[in-house]
Structures are given as structure tokens and as C-alpha cells.
Design a protein around this ligand. Structure first.
Ligand code: G4P
Length: 529
């Protein structure tokens, strides 16, 4: 048991979130370099979709290949086992990222010093804030001209609704970037622009008033730094680990991922303050990571890259206990015991079969169609981790069968792709027609392509004017008002995959009118309420 506690305490599972191009891939790569998990720069493939590639199937395949390879990147640093969960930055894959955020214990938010807070950052941080996930902010690209540090900190507080405190502070920026003062460690790291520079090469400055600082960076910069730090101390709260862990305070670091500058500082602080695997709420009770018995949940499913083998990889986050190879576990939704002979663990860019995994770890289980996103596995307890809510899709199209001989294949393919979370399926109440809803237009291409190549089915789409899908909750299902609603809006009513009633509003105006007319009915933008 002792070693179990030790393993638990040395795990940190987190995700890096950012708007595309802020430097997530570059930062990931530098972090892996510290762990010695990779040998050279350029080893981590960007999961970015190139601009204008929306209808390029090769690009879709490339994207799928890379996202398997980078789903989980694990490495060790100073005897801490770090699991980085990949979160696609592209907005068409935002749901994927939302789901992954249910499996992280903390996040690092990367912000571009010149662009500041961007749209995707806002959305993703909001999800983390709602779940009280501890966040550290890394302001990247300090080697470039950008916004002033105070301006940025202010913008982060305003736009992201966070309470920040800098733990490092930049000395100049862009052309004049001299380095950073590490408030957390009380030392100065000078910027040379040489990514190969010895990263441990920092200079202790425990007393900011000492002349040493003037000698190091020049009197003008030294005075500036002293002034700004004093100001910062007056404005921002002192770092408080509890507040950070509860999601009430977000420490900020500055650096340049490309130059591997400020990354060591970030990582050293991270392993000190970031949470070990956190307890997780289930429908029945709160589950603590140090409980004896294994529990875990599926947060991601990935189809096999080889279309000849239709098996998939289900990614399970271990919440409590030990996961062991060849042991029977209960698949709660199916009430069925399953054994896994070759669970995969992830290391940097490889995956390997492992015998034992611990809370915080992710195991990849081969699956032939048993799993759905959100499924719970236990050692026998009837326990259900709270489902991952569906959000209203942005794009809607009718899906039609283009090959009448293959309708079974089509139904199966659509069913499995929906379980994977590629898109959402709605069935119209009136005539049973099927509608696919997605976050981005790109998914329609992915679905069509995969149906054909993996299931041998062909489909066509037909446009449909839907503004938002809203989940319907009636105060009283027997009321006259609800009956009237169902009659008048029959054309716009559908069931989602779980059989929940959904109202497909064709415009913001009609949604507003419907809400005004039917006061006893609630219209929700997510499937969980
Ligand atoms: P992402 O995963 O968040 O989308 O960003 P990524 O790491 O791919 O970085 C986006 C671009 O920003 C890349 O340039 C990368 O080299 C650059 N970058 C990352 N960190 C820094 C930094 O600290 N300073 C500067 N100046 N640039 C940085 P690119 O030209 O788009 O790609 P590439 O052709 O260099 O790979």
C-alpha cells in the first residue's frame, strides 16, 4: 500500500489550452525535452489543421494519425510522473477538448504576448473556471514585441474572469528582452536567445535592492524592474497555494517556449504546486483517488487508423485504486465484466502494454464497440461518473443513405461515430429523419469519409436551417401548455441519442418567442441540467 501512496503522490495529469498558434505544441515539446522523453526539437507533431484544408481528406487522416500519437504524452521529471493530455486548439474540435478537460487535474493556459486573450482561450478557460480546475498561465513569445505586462495581466483578469498573481516578471520585451525575474524562486534568468543555453544558469538575487541587479541588467532596467515589482505587489495578491488549488487564484509566468526560456521555471513551480489526482464526483458519491478499489471513466474514443480492423482505443482516466492487466472489471452501463489483456500506457510518443496503472494515469483499452464516452469501469461497485454534457451543435444537416444496399452499415457506422463523440445525432419526432449536428463544418467531411472507408457505407447531406438545439425540460409533462407546445412545434422536435427531447429552433427570434410563450418549459443549451 505504501508504494501505491507513493505512486499516487508523484502523479500530475494536466492539459495545455490555448488559442491556435499561441505556442502549445512548442511548449509541450520543451516540457518533454526536460523529461528527457524526446531528444530533439521537432519531435512533437503539431495537431493543427492547416488553413484551407477543410476539404482535404489527406489532412483529415493526418490529423487523426497525429491525434492518436499525441493523445497522452507522459514523462518523468525529478521523479514526478507527468501526463499531458492533448487538447485540440482548432474550434471544430472544441467538444473533444471539453471532454478531455473532464480528465485533467489542472491546466496550463498559454497566451501569446502580442495577441493577448483570444477567442478559444476564453471559451476553454470558462469551462475550467466552471469546474474549479487549477490553472497556471504562461505568457509566451516574450522575445517578440507585445503588450505591456500590466496590460496583459489586466486583460486576463477582465476577459477570462480570473484573479492573477505573477510568479515571474519580464525584464523588457521583444528586442529589449533581457530576461525574467523569478518571484517564486527569487532569482534572475538572463535571456541570450540561445535555446541551447544551460537552463539551470540562473543568478540568485534574494535582495532586489542589491547593486548586483544593476550590474546584471543595467541601472535603468534594474530601477524599472524594482518599480514594477513594487507596483505588482501592491496590486496583485500574494501567491496562495490553497487558493490556486481551489481555482480562486491563477499564477502567471512569462517566457519564450521557442527559445526554451522560462519553461524550466514554469515546470519546477508546476511540479511543486499542481494537484495530485483529484477526487471525482459520481452520481452516487465522491470518489477519492486513494481508495483501494479501481474506478475510472472513458473520456475519449479513438478509431483504429487501420480501416481493416474496426477496433478502437478507449481512453480511460483512472480515478481511484490500481488498474491491473487481465483483471475483470465491471462495465457499469452494460453490467458486464470485461478483462483487458493488453492495456496501453502512454510515454512521450510511444504506447506500451503495462501491468499496473495508478490514479491520474490514462490507459488505452482496445474496444470492439463496448464503450461510449462517459462509461464507467469499477471493481464491482455500481457507480456512475457524471456524464459529460453535450453542447448544442453549431451546424446541422440531414443525413441520407446514398446506397440502399448498405443501410445496416450506415446505421452501425453512424451509431459508433456518435459514441466516439464525433458529432451528435437527432431523430425528428414527426418523420424519423436523422439529423447530424456538429461543432464545426469539418466534421461532416470526416463522417462521410470514415463511413465510406471504415463501414463501407455512403451518405449524402441535405441542408437544414437550425440555429440551436435546445434540450427541453417541462415543469409538468401532462400540462396543457406542454401538450400545446408539442403540437405547435411538432416539426421542430427531435430526440437525441439518449432519447431526450430536443427543440431545434430555426432562429434566435423563434427561440425567444417560444421561450416567451411557454413559460413553464425550460430550454437548455447543454444536455445536462
Ligand atoms: P500551437 O500549438 O499553440 O498552435 O502553436 P505552435 O507551438 O505550433 O506555435 C505557433 C508558432 O509560434 C510557430 O511558428 C512557433 O514556432 C512560434 N512560437 C512558439 N513559441 C514561440 C516563442 O516563444 N517565440 C516566438 N517568436 N515564436 C514562437 P510557425 O512559424 O507558425 O511554425 P513553424 O513553421 O515555426 O513550426
Amino acid at each position: 500500500m505504501k508504494s501505491f501512496q507513493k505512486e499516487l503522490k508523484r502523479r500530475r495529469t494536466f492539459g495545455i489550452i490555448s488559442h491556435p498558434d499561441a505556442g502549445k505544441t512548442t511548449l509541450t515539446e520543451k516540457l518533454l525535452l526536460f523529461g528527457g522523453a524526446i531528444q530533439e526539437a521537432g519531435a512533437v507533431k503539431s495537431n493543427k489543421i492547416k488553413k484551407g484544408a477543410t476539404s482535404d481528406f489527406m489532412e483529415i487522416e493526418r490529423q487523426r494519425g497525429i491525434s492518436v500519437a499525441t493523445s497522452v504524452l507522459a514523462f518523468e521529471y525529478k521523479n514526478i510522473k507527468i501526463n499531458i493530455l492533448d487538447t485540440p486548439g482548432h474550434k471544430d474540435f472544441a467538444e473533444d477538448t471539453f471532454r478531455t478537460l473532464t480528465a485533467v487535474d489542472s491546466v496550463i493556459v498559454v497566451i501569446d504576448v502580442a495577441k493577448g486573450v483570444e477567442e478559444q482561450t476564453e471559451k476553454l478557460v470558462e469551462v475550467c473556471r466552471m469546474r474549479n480546475i487549477p490553472m497556471i498561465v504562461f505568457i509566451n513569445k516574450m522575445d517578440r514585441e507585445g503588450k505591456d505586462a500590466f496590460e496583459l495581466l489586466d486583460e486576463i483578469e477582465q476577459k477570462l474572469n480570473l484573479t492573477v498573481t505573477p510568479l515571474s516578471y519580464p525584464i523588457g520585451m521583444g528586442y529589449d528582452f533581457k530576461g525574467i525575474y523569478n518571484i517564486w524562486e527569487k532569482n534572475v534568468n538572463l535571456f541570450t536567445g540561445d535555446p541551447k543555453k544551460d537552463i539551470e544558469d540562473t543568478i540568485e538575487i534574494s535582495d532586489l535592492t542589491s547593486e548586483e541587479l544593476d550590474e546584471l541588467i543595467g541601472s535603468k532596467a534594474a530601477d524599472n524592474l524594482r518599480e514594477e515589482l513594487e507596483l505588482a505587489q501592491g496590486v496583485y495578491p500574494e501567491f496562495d497555494k490553497e487558493a490556486y488549488l481551489e481555482g480562486r487564484l491563477q499564477p502567471v509566468f512569462f517566457g519564450s517556449a521557442l527559445n526554451n526560456f522560462g519553461v524550466r521555471e514554469l515546470l519546477d513551480c508546476f511540479i511543486n504546486i499542481a494537484p495530485t489526482p483529484r477526487p471525482k464526483e459520481s452520481e452516487e458519491r465522491l470518489v477519492k483517488p486513494d481508495e483501494d478499489k479501481f474506478t475510472g471513466f472513458v473520456f475519449k474514443i479513438h478509431a483504429n487508423m487501420d480501416p481493416k480492423h474496426r477496433d478502437r482505443l478507449a481512453f480511460v482516466k483512472i480515478v481511484s485504486g490500481k488498474f491491473e492487466r487481465n483483471k475483470a472489471y465491471l462495465h457499469v452501463r452494460h453490467n458486464k465484466n470485461l478483462k483487458f489483456s493488453s492495456p496501453n500506457a502512454f510515454f512521450a510518443e510511444k504506447k506500451e502494454i503495462v501491468d499496473v496503472s495508478y490514479p491520474g494515469d490514462i490507459v488505452g483499452l482496445h474496444d470492439t464497440g463496448n464503450f461510449k464516452i462517459g462509461d464507467t469501469l469499477t471493481e464491482g461497485e455500481n457507480l456512475n461518473y457524471r456524464g459529460i454534457p453535450s453542447f448544442s451543435p453549431e451546424h446541422f444537416r440531414y443525413i441520407n443513405n446514398a446506397d440502399p444496399m448498405k443501410s445496416k452499415q450506415l446505421a452501425k457506422g453512424v451509431d459508433q461515430l456518435m459514441d466516439e463523440g464525433v458529432a451528435q445525432l437527432f431523430t425528428l419526432e414527426l418523420n424519423g429523419r436523422k439529423i447530424i449536428g456538429t461543432v464545426g463544418a469539418l466534421q461532416f467531411e470526416v463522417i462521410q469519409y470514415r463511413l465510406e472507408h471504415e463501414y463501407g457505407a455512403k451518405c449524402t447531406y441535405e441542408n437544414l436551417n437550425v440555429y440551436k438545439a435546445t434540450w427541453v425540460e417541462a415543469e409538468d409533462e401532462k400540462s396543457e401548455e406542454f401538450k400545446d407546445f408539442k403540437r405547435v412545434k411538432a416539426k421542430f422536435l427531435a430526440k437525441d441519442k439518449k432519447g431526450q427531447l430536443v427543440f431545434l429552433a430555426d432562429s434566435q427570434f423563434s427561440l425567444q418567442m417560444t421561450q416567451d410563450k411557454y413559460r413553464s418549459i425550460k430550454f437548455h443549451f447543454t444536455s445536462e441540467f
